[in-house]
Design a protein around this ligand. Structure first.
Ligand SMILES: [Zn+2]
Length: 192
């Protein structure tokens, strides 16, 4: 498992709801936390590790020792948003790119935890931003889609570089060709 970078097709897939929490998914969650901490992120969505499932891990403290801030959420939906805020945002799938994104200041989410229990979360500020960013991922939406015209122009160079890197990685054989990636995602989507 590794974190995929833009423009990997997995980042654009609509993740599928999870219907059962098995051993395999628990192992994947552990790996996702490891990758998130290694990359110094606050959250990671399953689509970012090329798994097309409605699953995300989060620790807004970013500190692996603060286990009380570690959360796993399954099938999350945003049910309420209030206010707006502007702030800088980055993404583990866009290394080195930071841009200002407007988000709702406070949100309410419904999701399931690892025990399969329904949970309601209200989050503000940084946590709210992390939530909106990660839920977007599960719908194939990326933070660069949310930029204003100036942010879009300012990101063009960085995006082009990532596209070139991706192309070279495919040429080297480090990343499979597009058709192979899509077939893999489709096979995961049609499982169970
Ligand atoms: Zn992201």
């Amino acid at each position: 498992m590794k974190i995929v970078h833009y423009p990997h097709p997995a980042l654009r897939c609509q993740a599928k709801p999870i219907s059962s929490i098995d051993k395999k998914i628990k192992l994947q969650i552990g790996e996702m936390f490891d990758l998130m901490y290694e990359a110094k992120g606050l959250g990671l969505a399953a689509t970012q590790v090329a798994l097309p499932f409605q699953l995300l891990v989060m620790n807004v403290s970013g500190d692996p020792d603060k286990k009380e801030h570690e959360f796993v959420y399954i099938n999350p939906t945003l049910v309420e948003r209030k206010g707006t805020m502007d702030g800088e945002e980055g993404c583990l799938s866009f290394p080195g790119l930071f841009q200002k994104v407007r988000r709702a200041k406070t949100i309410k989410i419904h999701a399931y935890n690892l025990l399969g229990e329904k949970v309601e979360v209200v989050a503000s500020d940084l946590a709210s931003r992390a939530w909106q960013h990660e839920i977007d991922h599960l719908n194939g939406v990326l933070f660069v889609d949310k930029l204003g015209i100036i942010g879009k122009l300012a990101s063009r160079g960085a995006l082009k570089e990532l596209e070139e890197e991706f192309k070279y990685a495919q040429q080297r054989g480090d990343i499979p060709p597009e058709t192979e990636i899509k077939a893999l995602i489709d096979s995961l989507l049609s499982e169970s």
